[in-house]
Write a protein that binds this ligand. Structure first.
Ligand code: SF4
Length: 333
């Protein structure tokens, strides 16, 4: 079944991760040699089709952001491969990787800290244009900035304003405009709306969706907010302690959650209707997430899983729950 799971990730993809692994040294001996490792991500495999959104969910510290940072070359993976339209970009030198870096951008979590308060909005948006020399002269630069601001719902005359003169939502629009300045094809949105008020969140999500349709962007959408992920994503991966435990199309996973961890995670989302409230049963997990330093052998969730038994001390296999829906749990053996 692992082969079948892998084969699914190979079909029709734009960006593919194969066995991505990231271990950071946790402690070292007197000679500076690592003696233990933080397993931030282990054997993470997925594929995102062109123009679609892959949602990544899981508790804080599960490795979601680490995966995004490996794709963007902020972290060099300690194992595994990244394929961009079939090309293995993992082992490229920084110079060879540069054209791909240009096509892959990031929208950060916090629009307050990610904007330099001393720069005007127009110069912030133009930073990537300058870095990659994408404008022949100042007039072309200004024209590009104006177009990006309009695309992101900002007035061009705001280009001379400083970050503190904008609202939270407008600042996130500046961040998105800056991310789009290199004409990217792939955007990692890392908790991109988490710092915003709920009403503003909806506006930014709608903007991201409109831009995706217009520019055929592919998104990796990392969030702890399952309702937002449900709204924006075509496919989803659920991560626990550095590993994927469930993967599928958004609708199959949402309708038919299979992994005990996914069930607990979704049970914590707020219900909006009286019927939903009545149906909803909160699954409370006991214990804390174990340390990512030397994580438990076998199923990493077994210390908190209500169904755990002796068999869970072995590494669980991948199983197909239905078409385009996979789970890593021995309950499906
Ligand atoms: Fe629970 Fe065992 Fe399944 Fe892990 S493999 S989720 S411990 S039943």
């Amino acid at each position: 079944m692992t082969e079948q799971f892998q084969a699914k990730t190979d079909e029709n993809y734009f960006l593919k991760a194969e066995g991505l692994t990231m271990h950071f040294p946790a402690a070292s001996d007197a000679l500076g040699r690592p003696t233990s490792w933080i397993h931030a991500a282990d054997d993470v495999s997925f594929a995102v089709p062109k123009g679609k959104t892959l949602g990544v969910v899981g508790e804080s510290g599960c490795g979601k952001s680490t995966v995004g940072k490996m794709l963007l070359d902020i972290y060099r993976p300690t194992g595994g491969k990244i394929f961009y339209e079939g090309k293995d970009i993992t082992a490229l030198s920084p110079k060879e990787r540069r054209p791909y870096v240009k096509k892959m951008q990031l929208v950060w979590q916090d629009p307050y800290s990610s904007l330099d308060p001393r720069l005007r909005a127009g110069d912030i948006i133009a930073e990537p244009i300058d870095n990659f020399r994408l404008a022949a002269n100042r007039a072309e630069r200004a024209e590009k900035v104006e177009r990006l601001m309009q695309m992101c719902g900002l007035y061009p005359e705001m280009a001379t304003h400083y970050p503190h003169q904008f609202s939270g939502g407008q600042r996130q629009r500046i961040c998105i405009a800056r991310a789009l300045a290199t004409d990217p094809e792939f955007v990692v949105c890392d908790e991109a709306v988490s710092a915003l008020d709920v009403s503003i969140q909806a506006q930014i999500i709608n903007l991201l969706k409109d831009l995706q349709d217009e520019l055929r962007l592919t998104y990796l959408f990392i969030s702890h907010d399952l309702n937002i992920v449900h709204f924006i994503s075509d496919e989803i991966i659920v991560m626990y302690l550095g590993q994927i435990v469930e993967r599928g199309t958004m609708e199959t996973v949402y309708r038919n959650r299979a992994h005990p961890y996914t069930k607990a995670l979704f049970s914590a989302t707020p219900a909006f209707t009286a019927a939903e409230k009545q149906k909803k049963q909160r699954i409370l997990l006991e214990g804390d997430v174990p340390s990512p330093v030397d994580p438990p052998k076998g199923c990493r969730f077994r210390g908190r899983c209500p169904y755990a038994d002796k068999r869970c001390e072995e590494e669980p296999q991948w199983h197909a729950v239905e078409d385009n829906h996979f789970v890593k749990c021995r309950l499906f053996d």
